[in-house]
Design a protein around this ligand. Structure first.
Ligand SMILES: [Zn+2]
Length: 74
């Protein structure tokens, strides 16, 4: 009877370890969330890529500077 109990304990322990291990793996599989990462947009005039917050937006288009916005839209 004692051996059976020991077997049950061992099985439960293995089950618990495997579960914890697979949960740890799943956590590592998640893509690292970059803090402060933002959308990159493309200047409609010169094609340079820049963060959305640094871009100039006009008529649904993005520009790297006000100069390029004026060149493009007049
Ligand atoms: Zn530009």
């Amino acid at each position: 009877m004692g051996k059976l109990l020991l077997l049950v304990v061992v099985v439960l322990l293995v089950y618990w370890v495997v579960k914890a291990f697979s949960r740890g793996l799943r956590k590592q599989d998640e893509p690292p969330r970059q803090a402060g990462a933002e959308d990159m947009v493309r200047c409609d005039q010169c094609g340079v890529h820049l963060p959305r917050s640094e871009s100039v937006t006009s008529q649904g288009k993005f520009f790297c500077s006000d100069d390029h916005r004026r060149q493009r839209l007049g």
